[in-house]
Design a protein around this ligand. Structure first.
Ligand SMILES: Cc1cc2nc3c(=O)[nH]c(=O)nc-3n(C[C@H](O)[C@H](O)[C@H](O)COP(=O)(O)OP(=O)(O)OC[C@H]3O[C@@H](n4cnc5c(N)ncnc54)[C@H](O)[C@@H]3O)c2cc1C
Length: 562
């Protein structure tokens, strides 16, 4: 029996989890959770769906109450109690009861900071006008719902096209509101590589009134009738009855900074693998901390619920004397909107380049989520990134309607186990016709990448398509070719390649494409064994269409690849 006193700042994803774990490990500890909001342990991830009326009962968002914490765990939870200072010398925190205004001190043996991250509100002209919202808490979602109903809102502008922005866009559209998305980057879903985000843009553009990419908001105006105008830097203007800002979050570090705790280079609280801050009696977890990126080795801010929950367990373990360590973060995430699922894990190509890592390769594939002969197969657009020198899996992105998150979860686990593309090639996964293929998309990704590493086929870089001076050979059927092709490509269908290879030059590289990459691989094998210099345009014409979104084609025939 230790009788230790643990104070936790923030009672949602990280804080509530840490409190419950502490109690399971130490029945005698005094545990106090302080949260300045009116609720603890609420489902932040469900808030967009509450705004969209998909979740209609607010009570469903409240996963636990202070009463439940008291009765079940003997944990004291004080809502609407804000921690305003940490005194590291006397080991107590200064707390303000927001209802009464009373200030008091709460002593601790161990202090856990889980204050989360605040939505960014840039200092733009008139950003504080009524009708401009951010979404972080249950009261935020109540405010948005009330505004929509009171104003009978018909038009909304969502600023920011990341995870939360797109979830908000979908949910507002679900309420019959015309949504415009304004995003400063040239792509939606900034964590994705741009060509993978193109699938997202196509789907979102179909369901929203307007999609304004590559344009930042310059300011807001309000008319006499209360309606808003969002003006962009390019001079565009969008009318709106409400605006939702979802342009990212910044870690809540004010308390930690004021207490002199070390803050990292990305602006989050710096912690060690045991979630300890620079003060050995203070731990920090969740969105407020910086984490090591498992792939790049760099410090990163990855505000996701999974890491917050796992870090909470680590901190509780360590406070109770266990030698637990938090593994680094690889940013495994999933998001769904307008019937599309987007998921990613590990590093993207652009993240690797940003980190100065050049030893990597990338393959694209577009397999069906299950075999093509079973009704309802939907393509999954995948990109696998791996270390060229030894095949270590570095990351994967996938977009599609079905089976997306399962493949990314498998690859996420593989990355954590230090797997190579050869392991993916050999992975034994579930198969029946309605679920997958005897060669699952994960196997296929591993096979394609393994082929590259073994030297069975060379990949052609999409970025050099029109500058490399290679002969472009399309081995699809003429009917597919007529529906759209790469500029300058010649068409020799795979079935006629052996008889017509005399038409191809031997003194120049030949870059081969088909619809999704499979027939091009066969063609590469045939031609290379006949002495031609060939490379495969990974992912085929399907990938070309997203690499060059400015080109508009007839829809190509979808292939399942197995
Ligand atoms: C709309 C939305 C949707 C999301 N969807 C997903 C998703 O689908 N998947 C996913 O992985 N992640 C999602 N997230 C992110 C996820 O919710 C966070 O990563 C996670 O909640 C972080 O946990 P935390 O404990 O660090 O912070 P939080 O859960 O934000 O909790 C912090 C708490 O600390 C309190 N607090 C702050 N400062 C003080 C203080 N000085 N005194 C007292 N209390 C204080 C705050 O009031 C807050 O209640 C979503 C987030 C939002 C906002």
């Amino acid at each position: 029996m230790t009788g230790r006193r643990v104070v936790i700042v923030g009672g949602v994803a990280g804080g509530a989890t840490c409190a419950a774990r502490l109690r399971r490990l130490d029945e005698s500890a005094g545990i106090v959770v302080l949260d300045r909001g009116p609720y603890v342990s609420f489902a932040n991830c469900g808030l967009p769906y509450f705004v969209g009326n998909v979740i209609q009962d607010e009570a469903k968002l409240l996963l636990a109450t202070p009463e439940l914490f008291r009765e079940r765990f003997n944990i004291e939870v004080r809502t609407e109690n804000e921690v305003i200072a940490i005194d590291r010398g006397t080991c107590d925190v200064l707390v303000r009861d927001l209802e009464t205004g009373r200030e008091y001190r709460e002593p601790y043996d161990a202090l856990v900071l889980s204050p989360g991250a605040a939505p960014i509100r840039p200092p733009l002209p008139s950003i504080d006008l009524p009708g401009i919202f951010t979404l972080r808490s249950v009261p935020d979602s109540e405010d948005i719902r009330e505004w929509i109903e009171a104003k009978n809102a018909r038009r909304a502008v969502v600023v920011g096209g990341g995870f939360i922005g797109l979830e908000m866009a979908e949910n507002l559209a679900h309420r019959g509101i015309d949504v415009t998305i304004v995003e400063m980057a040239d792509q939606l879903m900034p964590p994705l590589d741009p060509e993978m985000a193109e699938y997202v843009s196509r789907r979102v553009a179909h369901h929203t009134a307007h999609l304004q990419l590559g344009d930042g908001v310059a300011g807001f105006e309000q008319a006499a009738d209360g309606s808003l105008t969002v003006r962009t830097r390019s001079g565009a203007a969008f009318g709106a009855d409400l605006v939702v800002l979802s342009i990212g979050v910044r870690p809540e570090t004010e308390l930690a900074r004021a207490a002199g705790l070390e803050i990292g280079e990305r602006g989050g609280i710096r912690v060690d693998p045991q979630m300890r801050t620079s003060d050995p009696r203070i731990w920090a977890i969740g969105d407020a901390v910086e984490v090591r990126n498992r792939i790049t080795g760099q410090w990163d801010l990855i505000p996701l619920a999974g890491p917050a929950n796992r870090q909470a367990r680590t901190a509780a373990d360590v406070i109770c004397g266990r030698d637990s360590r938090f593994r680094d973060v690889q940013g495994t995430a999933v998001c769904g909107f307008f019937g599309l699922t987007v998921a990613l894990t590990g590093a993207t190509e652009k993240a690797l380049r940003r980190a100065g890592i050049e030893d990597f390769g990338a393959v694209y594939l577009h397999p069906g989520h299950h075999v093509g002969y079973y009704p309802g197969a939907k393509p999954i657009h995948m990109k696998l990134v791996f270390r060229r020198s030894d095949g270590l899996v570095l990351g994967a992105q996938a977009v599609g309607e079905e089976g997306v998150e399962r493949r990314i979860d498998v690859i996420a686990t593989a990355i954590q186990m230090g797997a190579t593309v050869f392991d993916l090639e050999e992975a034994e996964l579930c198969y029946a016709p309605q679920y997958g293929g005897a060669k699952d998309p994960v196997n296929l990704a591993g096979m394609i990448a393994s082929n590259v590493i073994r030297g069975d086929v060379e990949l052609a870089p999409w970025s050099e398509l029109h500058t490399a001076g290679a002969v472009l050979l399309d081995v699809r059927e003429p009917s597919e070719f007529r529906g759209g092709c790469i500029d300058g490509a010649v068409n020799i269908p795979l079935g006629r390649l052996r008889e017509r290879m005399g038409e191809l030059p031997r003194d120049r590289e030949i870059w081969v494409n088909c619809a999704i990459g499979q027939r091009a691989y066969y063609a590469c094998r045939i031609l290379s064994q006949h002495g031609f210099q060939v490379r495969n345009l990974s992912g085929g014409f399907n990938t070309y269409r997203v690499q060059y979104p400015e080109k508009r084609f007839q829809p190509a025939t979808a292939g399942t690849g197995n």
